[in-house]
Design a binder for this molecule. Structure first.
Ligand SMILES: [Zn+2]
Length: 202
């Protein structure tokens, strides 16, 4: 993604072409670069998994989520869904993408979640400072100019996060494929305070 996360200071949304032209003089001071340690990032993840598996015991869980809930959220790195919602392993289905957008593929996952794995409730979570607020559908045009091919997918950029939650709830509620659309609630997660604000669907 072309979003530059802000560890300090205001959001910076810099197109890739601009990043490559950025001079060192304009780069803000960042904490120690975690990617600068030896080995690739993926190597470190695999090592962490070895430690995880060494202490792992099969919890003997069913694949059906205990709380019968599916959470659709933005992939934003600052949003720890399990901690933020008090969820534990096995509690929920987690469906994440850029923006927490209710795409056809999210509907596919929700349909399987409800019809094959027994979930009944849907929780949608967008958040403050989302990268999609700084993009427009021009992104697709720019991609086409760069690579010679326009993506088939919509960017799903938005201007008003609350309105985007509302229209996302609407997409879930009106899907003909879902069994349960009576308990669909939408929220905005504040990345500065950790608090959720519920969005009135109307
Ligand atoms: Zn986001």
């Amino acid at each position: 993604m072309f979003f530059v996360p802000s560890h300090s200071g205001p959001e910076r949304h810099v197109p890739l072409t601009v990043i490559s032209m950025t001079t060192s003089a304009s780069v803000p001071t960042e904490p120690e670069d975690a990617t600068a340690r030896p080995g690739t990032v993926t190597d470190r993840l695999v090592e962490a998994n070895e430690r995880y598996a060494a202490a792992f015991t099969d919890p003997g869980m069913d694949a059906r989520p205990v709380l019968r809930v599916a959470v659709v959220a933005c992939m934003d790195a600052r949003l720890d869904l399990h901690d933020a919602l008090g969820l534990e392993l096995g509690d929920c289905h987690t469906i994440r993408n850029a923006g927490g957008v209710v795409t056809d593929d999210v509907i596919r996952s929700l349909t399987i979640s409800q019809r094959a794995l027994g979930t009944r409730s849907v929780v949608l979570i967008h958040h403050t400072g989302c990268g999609l607020e700084s993009l427009t559908e021009e992104f697709r045009h720019d991609l086409e100019m760069e690579v010679g091919q326009r993506p088939a997918w919509a960017v799903e950029a938005f201007r008003d996060v609350e309105q985007d939650v509302r229209q996302s709830m609407q997409r879930v509620r009106t899907s003909p494929f879902l069994l349960h659309s009576d308990d669909v609630r939408g929220f905005v997660f504040d990345v500065k305070t950790g608090l959720l604000s519920e969005i009135d669907p109307t």
